[in-house]
Design a protein around this ligand. Structure first.
Ligand code: ADP
Length: 490
């Protein structure tokens, strides 16, 4: 099958969050399974071209935007057989320090940058004669591509047969812009209705993808159910309920070539379920890195996160004093909203002996935290899939999570009597429920054999991509069939 996979970030080229992990792994696994995959991204400044040399294809695209026609160059990188990574070079839009904005706020021209990308990716498919059977778009940044396919490109002979799939990685990020930006898109005002692109007087790029794609997927079964309710749907639950027949919840896989203590190149000493000694070395290394006391017996709680309301920092704030009284060490790595930078820095000033904070995006340190911590904290308000809890399982770092979205699908609560479960889970989004879960974890930690048993159970779980990729292929196939049947009906 020929698959065009469009994303605004993908490992190893550019990353701000889980979308990049998925867009880095799924296309690769599909290519390994024998499919021909074209991964297409903007060419950002942050791409390390020394490690991943990009070559000019010689193709220049002409992309209409508002009343202008802008040009863009197409670059490529061939890393694996059947996986072709393509890059849209338009420096005025993508040659910046960050992908979407600064800590103080989003770039003001994001509507233009990603309208351009959504159209350029189709132009690139045409220019390169890709003839995809599937065009798989991801999140609001590519939300207009399914709209273009059904409107301005509906008569294009090589794109017409393609079925479009749209994956919602996080319904909290919708790409909402004022109505006047519709003129950038060259789409007609007849689409500015609640049935199409309009959302309470604004244009909603995520909704556009959800309405116009042939099928919609999201990244866990639980999240798929949640976002059909007003509590989690962020105003789009009705749109999803309308698309129930074409909706899939497919849990993300993880890439164990990158995230496994057996082969991780970034950690101090490697380890496995059969030989856990290396984890102690990694813990000491992490304590050193964060300037904490090198004490093996003190439980160490880790957290790696975008600093955002979604991730539950208000709950942590509410329990911080009590948590510190319980005596664990904590290390926090994150970047994001400025107000959380200040909050975390204040915590560190207040509890310098127990708490280590790094405000940074640092992949090596993320690996060291996964390996060195005893527990991993994710008290999210909502969590579409969540990857760090799955990485944590593999590293024997026991997750403490809120029962929402993918966290609920992947973590089962520990019951000491039955020696079952792989982590600690709480349901209500309250400070007391979080504190209770942490207390249970700290309690269990005191019983070393019990704890090691829990670690090893997590380490043996398998969330690799093959199973999820198989589910995507089924969804692709079903969508192609449905589309064919619909076309034949007409
Ligand atoms: P989200 O996509 O909501 O940010 P996920 O759990 O799905 O959350 O994915 C987050 C990914 O980003 C993980 O791979 C995590 O390790 C990584 N990550 C998040 N913040 C940082 C950071 N400050 N430094 C390094 N990696 C980070």
């Amino acid at each position: 099958m020929k698959i065009l996979f469009a994303s605004s970030e993908a490992v190893p080229f550019a990353k701000t969050g889980g979308l990049a992990d998925v867009s880095g792994s799924l296309p690769r696994v599909l290519a390994e399974m024998g499919h021909e995959v074209f991964l297409i991204l903007p060419k950002y400044r942050s791409i390390d071209e020394k490690r991943f040399p990009l070559t000019k294809t010689g193709i220049t695209l002409k992309v209409p935007i508002a009343l202008r026609v802008e040009t863009a160059e197409v670059y490529s990188c061939e890393s694996l057989p059947r996986l072709h990574s393509l890059f849209i070079r338009k420096d005025a839009y993508y040659d910046r320090d960050q992908l979407y904005g600064m800590p103080s706020g989003d770039f003001e021209d994001n509507a233009e940058r990603f309208t351009f990308f959504s159209r350029a990716l189709l132009e690139a498919a045409l220019a390169l004669d890709v003839n995809p059977a599937i065009i798989h778009c991801n999140d609001w940044q590519t939300g207009l591509a399914p709209v273009y396919l059904k409107t301005l490109y509906r008569n294009s002979s090589s794109l017409k047969p393609a079925a479009s799939i749209f994956t919602v990685h996080n319904i909290g990020y919708q790409g909402l812009f004022w109505h006047y930006d519709l003129q950038l898109t060259n789409l007609g005002w007849e689409l500015f209705t609640p049935q199409a692109l309009e959302f309470y007087g604004k244009i909603n790029f995520l909704k556009a993808g959800m309405v116009f794609a042939d099928a919609v997927t999201t990244v866990s079964r639980k999240y798929m159910e949640e976002i059909q309710t007003p509590e989690f749907g962020k105003g789009l639950d009705g749109v999803l309920r309308d698309r129930k027949e074409d909706l899939y919840g497919i849990l993300n896989g993880v890439d164990y070539d990158e995230w496994s203590p057996v082969k991780d190149p970034f950690i101090k000493e490697r380890y496995s379920p059969a030989e856990l000694k290396g984890k102690r070395t990694c813990k000491a290394d992490l304590q050193r890195e964060f300037g904490l006391e090198l004490r093996e017996e003190i439980p160490l709680i880790g957290m790696i996160s975008r600093l955002d309301e979604q991730k539950g920092f208000d709950l942590i704030e509410a329990i911080m004093e009590k948590l510190m009284e319980l005596g664990p060490q904590c290390v926090l790595l994150g970047t994001g909203k400025e107000k959380y930078h200040l909050l975390l820095e204040n915590w560190q000033k207040k509890y310098p002996r127990q708490l280590g904070v790094k405000i940074a995006f640092n992949n090596v340190l993320a690996h060291k935290i996964e390996a060195g911590a005893d527990m991993f904290l994710m008290p999210s308000r909502y969590e579409p899939c969540g990857l760090n809890q799955i990485y944590s399982l593999k590293y024997g770092t026991v997750p403490i999570v809120r029962a929402t979205g993918g966290l609920d699908d992947t973590i089962t609560d520990f019951t000491p009597q039955a020696a079952a479960g792989n982590g600690f889970k709480f349901r209500d989004y309250t400070a007391s429920a979080l504190l209770e879960a942490i207390q249970r974890a700290l309690e269990a930690y005191r019983d070393r054999p019990l704890w090691e048993n829990l670690m090893v159970r997590g380490m043996s779980a398998d969330f690799s991509w093959e199973r999820s990729a198989g589910e995507y292929l089924k969804a692709y196939q079903a969508t192609i069939e449905k589309k064919k049947a619909k076309t034949a009906d007409r």
